[in-house]
Design a protein around this ligand. Structure first.
Ligand code: CP
Ligand code: NVA
Length: 321
């Protein structure tokens, strides 16, 4: 399939490429803030395929493509023949003849892999049951900008080094060992981060993702049961819903299994004094996060959601170059 690049997992980029994406995402954030047009990919058409619901991914990708000068074709669950069982490998080959890139959100990770195998254009994972790499890209842009503290200065030659800033911090995940937890594990492996995850028994992260990150990676990754142990002294505390899309029928059982795993003010008090709180959203207040934490001073969730736009523009520029 030529030398096209895909973004199915964080392992699809190198450390240097990841850092370059964050730097460019920050430049793009600044350009938009000062209303400087940046239509760097005119005439490019990107298909956005959704087999699951979405607010942020749907809107941020469509706006990103449009602001880069291109056009997005959005296909929801019932809009294409995929919903009636057309094979994904056939869809991949047909879409590649119309579009310059394909983003897909679906259930099994193997569906995204098959799409990428048969597509002749770059494929982006917009969330699977296993991974959500676009979200953790935006999350680490948020962490970088917050801790590098250059938000209002714009791009300058003296901006702090992305990898140095990110590696100087300690990260915690609390809750379900889901697609977001798995992607944080990939990030820790790829970038060499210190990450502690607290997940209840039976809801641990994917063992293959963990094994790969530990084998290939440079990070320090611990999985524990106790949220306080995971959060103690950490600079970044992240969580996500207890029942992800596709797990709705388990919601009541999960609420019982996750008692004690909500991020509330008492748990945040165990983190570093400067700690920030992240959540990919949508959030369930009173379950995985208390209202006072998500609305409180440590919360970076709205900037995090905004950064989906900037980081995906950086990603699209790179994949469409
Ligand atoms: N965080 C995230 O991916 O949100 P959506 O499900 O709304 O796209
Ligand atoms: N873990 C959540 C993330 C939503 C953006 C889910 O898969 O539903």
């Amino acid at each position: 399939m030529g030398n096209k690049r895909d973004f199915l997992s964080l392992w699809d980029v190198t450390q240097a490429e990841f850092a370059a994406l964050i730097r460019r995402a920050e430049e793009l954030r600044f350009l938009r803030q000062v209303r400087t047009p940046h239509a760097t990919r005119p005439g490019r058409v990107v298909a956005l395929i959704f087999e699951k619901a979405s607010t942020r991914t749907r809107v941020s990708f469509e706006v990103a493509v449009w602001e880069l000068g291109g056009h997005a074709v959005v296909l929801g669950r019932n809009d294409s023949q995929l919903g009636r069982g057309e094979p994904i490998k056939d869809t991949a080959r047909v879409m590649s003849r119309y579009c310059h890139a394909i983003m897909v959100r679906t259930f099994g990770h193997e569906r995204v892999k098959e799409l990428a195998d048969y597509a002749t254009v770059p494929v982006i994972n917009g969330l699977t049951d296993l991974l959500h790499p676009c979200q953790v890209l935006a999350d680490l842009q948020t962490v970088y900008a917050h801790y590098a503290n250059h938000a209002s200065k714009g791009p300058t030659a003296s901006v702090p080094d992305v990898l140095s800033v990110l590696r100087g911090l300690r990260y915690a995940w609390v809750g379900d060992g889901n697609n977001m937890a798995n992607t944080w594990i990939e990030a820790a492996g790829l970038l060499g981060l210190d990450l502690a995850l607290a997940c209840p028994a039976g809801y641990q992260p994917n063992p293959d993702v963990l094994e790969t990150a530990r084998r290939k990676g440079h990070g320090r990754i611990q999985v524990v049961l106790d949220p306080r142990q995971a959060v103690a002294g950490r600079h970044v505390v992240s969580t996500d819903v207890f029942a992800s899309m596709g797990k709705e029928e388990e919601a009541e059982a999960r609420k019982r299994a996750f008692v004690g795993y909500g991020v509330d003010r008492a748990l945040m008090a165990a983190a570093d004094g400067s700690a920030i709180f992240l959540h990919c959203l949508p959030a369930h207040r009173g379950e995985e996060v208390s209202d006072e934490v998500i609305e409180g001073p440590a919360s970076q969730v709205w900037q995090e959601a905004e950064n989906r736009l900037h980081s995906q523009k950086a990603l699209l520029e790179w994949l469409l170059s």
